[in-house]
Design a protein around this ligand. Structure first.
Ligand SMILES: [Cu+2]
Length: 414
C-alpha cells in the first residue's frame, strides 16, 4: 500500500514539473493588443474601419509602407465616450518600431488633433518608415480626447535589417539637413553631464570636510559661524556667479548659433474633409437581431429593398473590424488579417440577385471564431446591448455600396 502511495506521489511530482516546464516554454503570440478587452458595444458603435490596405507585409529598415482606408464615425456614438471633437489619428505599435513619416485625413496632413463629425466617413492614409527589426502587429487607431483609444484592425508586418542602419533625415527651412534619430543628442548629453558635474562639485567641496557629527556638535555649542570660513564664502560666490555667468553666456551663444527658431506648433485642426459618399440605393430594415450565448454567431432578419437600377447581392457584414463574407459573392484581395476575416462567415437565407424595385426579407447569419476570439460575444456583459455594423451590397457591375445598420442585439440562451 505504502509503495503505491509513494509511486503516486512521485508521479504527481513529475506531472507537476512537466506542467511547470510546459508553461514556461508556452509563449503564445499575442494577436490583439488591447482591443479585445474593450467593451464590445463600444467597439461596434464608435468607428467603423473599412477598405483597409496595408501596402507591404515585409519591409526593410528605412523602407516605407502605407496603411490606407476609410473610417466611418458612427452616428449613434456612445454617451460615455466624448464626441470626437478632438481626436488624433494614431498607429498602434509597441513603441517606435516604425516612425510615422506622415498621416493624412481626406488628403490633409494631420500631425495634430483633428475634429471629426459624427456620421461622416473619412479617407485616411498613414506612411510608416521601418525602424526596428521584428514582427509587429500594426493597428490603425484613433485617440479620442475624453474617450480613449479606439483601436482598428491590426495586421502583422515584418521588419528586416538592423536598427543601427535607421536614419531619419530632414531638411530644415534654414537649409540644413539633419538626422532626427541622433540630432542634438551629444549637445543634450553634454549639458546634462555638465550641470550634473557642477552639482557634484559643489557637494564634493563640502564633503571633503567631516559632514555630520562634528558639525552637529559645533552647532549645539553655539559655534555654528565657525563652520563657514572666508574661503567657503568665496567658493560659494564663485559657484553662484559661475552658474549665472554660464547660463547667460551659453544662452547668448545658442541664440547666435540657432538664430531662427519657432515655438512648438500646436492646435486643433478643424474642417476635415469627409468623403462625399452617394446615398445608398439599398435600404435595409432590421426586423430583429440575436446572438446565442454561448456561441460564435449572430443572426439578423433584414428586410432589404433595392431602389437602384442594378440587381444586388449581400457580400459582407463588418462589425468591430471583423469581416464576415459570403464567398459566393465576394472574396478578400487585400490580405486582410486572417483572425479578423471570415471568408465564408456570412450565410444568407436567399442571396440570389435582388432585382431593382424588389423587397425581400432575409435571414443573415454572421458566424466565425472571431466573434468569440475578439470577445464580441462579451456583449452579454455590456450595459448597452446594441450593435452597429456595415453591410456591403454588390451589384451586377461589381460596384459596392455600403449601408450602415444598427439596432438592439438580443441574446438567446441555450
Ligand atoms: Cu495587435
Amino acid at each position: 500500500m505504502k509503495l503505491i502511495k509513494d509511486k503516486v506521489a512521485k508521479l504527481s511530482f513529475v506531472a507537476l514539473l512537466l506542467t511547470v516546464a510546459a508553461a514556461m516554454f508556452y509563449t503564445p503570440a499575442a494577436s490583439a493588443h488591447g482591443e479585445k478587452s474593450q467593451a464590445a458595444f463600444m467597439r461596434m458603435r464608435t468607428i467603423h474601419w473599412y477598405d483597409l490596405n496595408w501596402s507591404k507585409e515585409v519591409v526593410k529598415v528605412n523602407d516605407t509602407m502605407t496603411i490606407s482606408g476609410k473610417f466611418l464615425v458612427f452616428s449613434g456614438w456612445p454617451e460615455t465616450v466624448d464626441k470626437p471633437e478632438s481626436a488624433f489619428l494614431n498607429i498602434g505599435i509597441p513603441g517606435p518600431v516604425f516612425i510615422r513619416a506622415g498621416s493624412w485625413i481626406g488628403g490633409q496632413l494631420v500631425p495634430r488633433s483633428v475634429s471629426l463629425e459624427l456620421g461622416e466617413t473619412y479617407e485616411f492614409k498613414v506612411l510608416l518608415k521601418a525602424r526596428r527589426p521584428g514582427d509587429w502587429h500594426v493597428h490603425t487607431m484613433m485617440n479620442v480626447e475624453g474617450g480613449g483609444p479606439i483601436i482598428g484592425p491590426g495586421k502583422w508586418v515584418t521588419v528586416e535589417g538592423s536598427m543601427s542602419q535607421f536614419t531619419n533625415p530632414i531638411t530644415t527651412l534654414t537649409g540644413q539637413t539633419v538626422d532626427l534619430e541622433t540630432y542634438n543628442l551629444s549637445n543634450t548629453y553634454f549639458w546634462h553631464a555638465f550641470w550634473y558635474a557642477f552639482g557634484v562639485a559643489w557637494m564634493v567641496y563640502w564633503m571633503k570636510k567631516p559632514m555630520f557629527v562634528p558639525r552637529q556638535i559645533a552647532m549645539d555649542a553655539g559655534k555654528g559661524d565657525t563652520l563657514i570660513t572666508a574661503t567657503d564664502r568665496k567658493v560659494a560666490l564663485a559657484f553662484g556667479a559661475g552658474a549665472i555667468g554660464i547660463v547667460a553666456f551659453t544662452m547668448a551663444q545658442t541664440n547666435s548659433e540657432y538664430p531662427i527658431t519657432t515655438p512648438l506648433q500646436a492646435g486643433l485642426l478643424r474642417g476635415m474633409k469627409p468623403l462625399d459618399l452617394p446615398t445608398p440605393t439599398v435600404s435595409v430594415k432590421i426586423d430583429d437581431a440575436t446572438y446565442r450565448v454561448p456561441g460564435r454567431s449572430m443572426n439578423m432578419t433584414l428586410t432589404v429593398t433595392n431602389n437602384g437600377d442594378s440587381a444586388i447581392r449581400l457580400g459582407e457584414f463588418n462589425t468591430a473590424g471583423v469581416r464576415f463574407l459570403d464567398a459566393n459573392v465576394t472574396e478578400d484581395t487585400t490580405g486582410y488579417p486572417d483572425d479578423l476575416l471570415a471568408p465564408e462567415g456570412l450565410t444568407v437565407s436567399d442571396n440570389s440577385p435582388l432585382a431593382p424595385g424588389q423587397t425581400r426579407t432575409i435571414q443573415v447569419t454572421a458566424s466565425d471564431a472571431a466573434w468569440e476570439v475578439y470577445r464580441l460575444a462579451d456583449l452579454i456583459y455590456d450595459p448597452d446591448s446594441r450593435f452597429a455594423g456595415l453591410l456591403f451590397f454588390h451589384d451586377e457591375n461589381g460596384n459596392k455600396q455600403l449601408v450602415q445598420i444598427d439596432g438592439p442585439l438580443i441574446p438567446t440562451f441555450i
